[in-house]
Design a binder for this molecule. Structure first.
Ligand code: NDP
Length: 484
């Protein structure tokens, strides 16, 4: 009998017992750690439903690189894609610092990574995690789509989300002049004056994106210098309509009730305030780690990032690992995230071997768990481009939800998989996607001036409109409200 279990101690010492094997061993780095004690009994674990050896939460460079190593190591790997499949790279335009690629668009890089791992049979779950329980093993992960997965090991790779200014007017005018995606929204600010807030690489990128459309773009930097790399700063020299204003902070976003008309600035040196008339405010002020769901389950650092132990990608819970922007406050580079993803995968593989995961265990769980998890993920979205067919659809069906998207808009492309995933949950509702590049008559008819745009039709009439990207949870709530 190959029954093994081990117990990992908390505090300055740790005891690991392997029953039936008749000896005791210490996993690497265990002595110095303060990590949660759990009971790791592989034979008990595999009796449960939906058991997966490796669950990776997040599908940016860290998650995808991790999945490449675990799946290539012949270990069933499930990637829960999250509300932003592909992560922040999908918002980036040109990437010049990915080894082996002279220049590649962020979304294309993600696409290539995803294609590569798909060849190794990584299973993607188009959903986001709503809660976890890391106090018992196997770990429990629940998704917004109501899937429960039991994971023998977990890699947290949820990345980070754009930071907000938290000043008056910002929330009120969000989507009405305030945004954080120039690639998506620059075409809506043609010949207007806009500002980009921030002094990092993102601010430069946003400004360059905008310069092609707007009359003027001013980068507002709160200090007397930019944080952006010198090479990035050099890029703006060729644009006569980009200016940089130093030592200023935005203290209020001003509007006319409908949309942004200006920003109130405060000068860091004189403390004087002034109003700058603009119609667009593009935020590029950095990111916060996405730890909402895990922060009570694993130790975090003062800045909110997940704490790593013993120079590995291990967290405060043995068997739970983390990689990428969710744990890295220092480097924050896609390639570093990918590297940490690989380290996390190697750590997870080592952990699995330590708890007795082998080919026979793998075979026992893989046949029943993964297929069951992927059931019910069948999307039903119709693509419509002409006005007559569209009108016919909304006349015929009591409830129709429409997603206007375009391939040049990253948040649209990010939202589309979510839209398709949610469609699988509502059999009685018709879901339509409209490619804005090919449906000008539809854009005119329904006054769609910002992408993505979600319209809801009930009994043939337009009932609701949402002019921004929604995550799965928000989309469900939106649909629920219309359906009531
Ligand atoms: P960063 O954290 O690098 O920069 C954030 C900027 O916003 C800083 O200048 C910061 O100012 C400023 N800021 C923060 N809070 C406020 C506030 N409340 N008001 C005004 N300004 C504020 O974030 P980025 O998103 O620019 O970059 C993140 C990472 O991604 C970096 O590592 C970057 O190199 C990388 N990146 C790479 C790209 C590429 O290679 N193509 C493109 C985009 C990003 P301060 O300096 O005073 O703290």
């Amino acid at each position: 009998m190959n029954k093994r279990s081990f117990i990992v101690g908390v505090g300055s010492f740790c005891v690991v017992a392997i029953t039936c094997a008749g000896f005791i061993f210490l996993p690497s780095g265990c002595k110095e750690s303060k990590r949660l004690a759990l009971r790791y009994d592989i034979q008990e674990a595999i009796k449960q439903e939906n058991v997966v050896p490796v669950v990776i939460i997040g599908s940016g460079p860290a998650g995808l690189a991790a999945s490449l190593y675990t799946a290539r190591g012949n270990i069933d790997t499930v990637v829960i894609e999250g509300n932003k499949p592909g992560g922040l790279l999908t918002d980036t335009t040109e990437v010049e610092n990915w080894p082996g690629e002279k220049s590649i668009l962020g979304p294309n890089l993600v696409h290539k990574m995803k294609e590569q791992v798909a060849d190794f049979n990584v299973h993607f779950v188009s959903d986001a995690v709503s809660s976890v329980n890391f106090t018992r093993w196997p770990f429990t992960i629940k998704t917004e789509g109501d899937i429960t997965i039991r994971a023998l090991s977990v890699i947290l790779a949820t990345g980070a989300k754009p930071r907000m200014l938290s000043v008056p007017g910002e929330q009120k005018y969000w989507g009405f002049g305030v945004t954080s995606c120039a690639t998506c929204d620059a075409p809506f600010f043609k010949s207007e004056d806009v500002v980009v807030v921030g002094g990092g690489d993102s601010a430069i990128e946003e400004a360059i994106q905008l310069a092609k459309y707007v009359n003027s773009v001013t980068i507002l930097v709160r200090k007397d210098k930019m944080r952006a790399a010198a090479r990035m700063q050099d890029r703006i020299a060729g644009y006569s309509n980009i200016a940089v204003r130093y030592n200023v902070s935005v203290c209020e976003v001003i509007g006319d009730g409908l949309q942004v008309t200006g920003v109130r600035l405060v000068d860091a040196l004189t403390k004087e305030q002034l109003v700058m008339p603009v119609s667009g405010v593009f935020l590029a002020i950095g990111h916060d780690p996405l730890t909402q769901v895990f922060k009570d389950h694993v130790d975090t650092c003062p800045m909110g990032h997940i704490k790593m132990f013993d120079r590995t990608q291990g967290t405060s819970v043995q068997g739970v690992f983390a990689a990428g922007d969710v744990e890295d406050h220092r480097y924050r580079q896609a390639i570093v995230a990918a590297g940490h993803g690989v380290s996390a995968a190697l750590d997870a593989i080592e952990f699995l071997h330590e708890v007795g995961f082998d080919q026979s265990v793998s075979q026992k769980i893989s046949r029943k768990s993964v297929p069951a998890l992927l059931q019910g993920q069948q999307a039903h979205v119709v693509e419509i481009g002409d006005l007559a067919s569209f009108k016919e659809m909304i006349a015929l069906h009591p409830l129709v939800i429409v997603d206007f998207y375009a391939d040049y808009c990253p948040s649209c492309m990010r939202m589309l998989p979510d839209f398709e995933a949610v469609s699988a949950e509502y059999k009685d509702i018709v879901f339509i996607k409209v490619d804005a590049n090919k449906a000008h008559a539809l854009l005119e008819e329904y006054s769609v001036h910002k992408l993505p745009c979600i319209l809801a039709f009930k009994d043939g009439a337009l009932k609701a409109r949402f002019k921004d990207a929604m995550n799965r949870k928000e989309l469900r709530e939106f649909i629920q409200k219309i359906a009531e």
